[in-house]
Design a protein around this ligand. Structure first.
Ligand code: AMP
Ligand code: GLY
Length: 429
């Protein structure tokens, strides 16, 4: 079969890698892809915003299955467009994708379905929001309603910080219309984990649990990022907590979306805060996590095409995913300065040496490949550059192996956290 993957990050490289292992996949195409993906897939030169152009390409090349990495094409309705054209695609409809594209929709949905989440209030009027803030204790969380590229959430420690965030979102419109409405919610303190599941609109099959590391600096300090490293399974999300997320969060969500005539097919990612063994939803995403996917997929034995097709065809009931009895850990190697400004176009060395270590996979995120008289070389092209993933008999072993491999890779101003999984290893979570 011929498969197209849309996206350009480490998550998409992991998906392409997993697809390349499938006995059912012959040709892989990627749009726009990255340096590492171009080693496994043919790069398609179409703008990922050009949904009609993508449909034409899929028809012309007789692509059998399309998989979408990032949320933007899903919230723009790529799945609906493919269906109108009789094409096969994995993911939620535009309506179902509102669980991620509108935080107000998601919060009201959770309230109606009694899904545990932080208490909140919604404001479309700046003055009313400001008045409400004056009566509050801090810290509080202020969220813009719409998609903001992962930057729309402010943890505010004082009234001054809160007013400043509110002014930027609602008056200065730093996120344009995505900030027309805001949510002000209680700040939860606990352990953040990711539970990602696949649904066919009725049934859900959870993937292995994982934990991301969102802050840029060690010890979970500094600004939030797209994610600096992940490991799987995550002890904080196992056992009773996992079962509670399935029964109190994921199942009611799938049922609730069906009731609203927006059945949810695709990846349902619950960002969870575990507080005293109780899970609360921080956010829903309607796509695979990044970097969680780079840690989860290397553990999966099952052919991913079977899983994704069962979601599309409504056949997930009784579907069993086989997992390797191993732990995995993935480190994000970033450009110095990220998530602020950083330089690009630095040559990357040591990739082959790192990949030569047993049970190591190096997934590319912001990279480009250049071929000239010197040979094939890879250069940095983004903030998060590479994901070094290792498997091991336990987290400790995976960690040791991943850091050994990461140490062989270099580029100017390389930065990565040295403490991925440390809290789990110390038994703190
Ligand atoms: P979100 O995009 O809603 O997941 O928010 C981004 C990040 O902000 C989350 O990954 C959490 O680290 C943090 N966050 C969001 N909501 C809350 C909350 N109610 N309490 C504490 N932290 C939060
Ligand atoms: N790792 C966080 C996310 O994918 O949104």
């Amino acid at each position: 079969m011929r498969v197209l993957v849309i996206g350009s990050g480490g998550r998409e490289h992991a998906l392409v890698w997993k697809l390349s292992q499938s006995r059912r996949v012959r040709d892989i195409y990627a749009l726009p892809g990255n340096g590492g993906i171009s080693d496994l897939a043919q790069i398609v030169d179409i703008d990922s915003k050009d949904l009609n152009g993508i449909v034409e390409f899929v028809k012309r090349e007789s692509i059998d299955l399309t998989i979408v990495g990032p949320e933007a094409p899903l919230t723009e309705g790529i799945v609906d467009l493919f269906k109108e054209n009789g094409l096969r695609i994995f993911g939620p409809s535009k309506d179902a994708a509102r669980l991620e594209s509108s935080k107000v929709f998601a919060k009201e949905f959770m309230q109606e379905e009694k899904i545990p989440t932080a208490d909140f209030k919604i404001f479309s009027d700046y003055n009313q929001a400001k008045k409400y803030l004056r009566e509050q204790q801090f810290p509080k969380i202020i969220k813009a309603d719409g998609l903001c590229g992962g930057k729309g959430v402010f943890v505010v420690e004082s009234l001054t910080e809160a007013e400043n965030a509110l002014d930027r979102i609602m008056n200065q419109k730093i996120f344009d219309a995505a900030g027309d409405t805001v949510i002000i919610e209680e700040c939860l303190f606990g352990e953040e984990v990711s539970i990602i599941a696949i649904s066919d609109g009725e049934n859900i099959v959870p993937l292995a649990s994982s934990q991301d590391h969102k802050r840029i600096y060690e010890g979970d300090r500094g600004p939030n990022t797209g994610g600096m490293g992940a490991y799987s399974p995550a002890p904080a999300a196992e056992g009773e907590v996992f079962d509670k997320v399935i029964n109190k969060v994921l199942k009611p969500t799938i049922l609730g979306m069906k009731k609203r005539a927006a059945p949810f097919k695709g990846v349902l990612y619950a960002g969870i805060m575990v507080v005293n063994d109780k899970p609360y939803v921080l956010e829903f995403n309607v796509r695979f996590g990044d970097p969680e996917t780079q840690a989860i997929l290397p553990r999966m034995e099952t052919d991913i095409v079977d899983l994704l097709e069962a979601s599309i065809d409504g056949n997930l009931s009784g579907f069993n995913i086989e997992w390797k009895d191993k732990s995995s850990l993935s480190i994000v190697l970033a450009s110095g300065g990220y998530p602020g400004s950083y330089e690009k176009n630095k040559e990357i060395s040591g990739l082959k040496e790192a990949a030569a270590i047993d049970d190591i996979l190096v997934f590319h995120a912001g990279t480009v490949k250049k071929e000239d008289s010197i040979g094939v070389r890879y250069f940095t092209a983004g903030g998060r550059v590479l994901n070094v993933t290792a498997l091991g008999d336990n987290i400790r072993e995976a960690k040791e192996r991943a850091y050994r491999a990461a140490g062989l890779i270099s580029f100017e101003n390389i930065y990565y956290r040295r403490d991925i999984s440390d809290r789990a290893l110390k038994g703190e979570v």
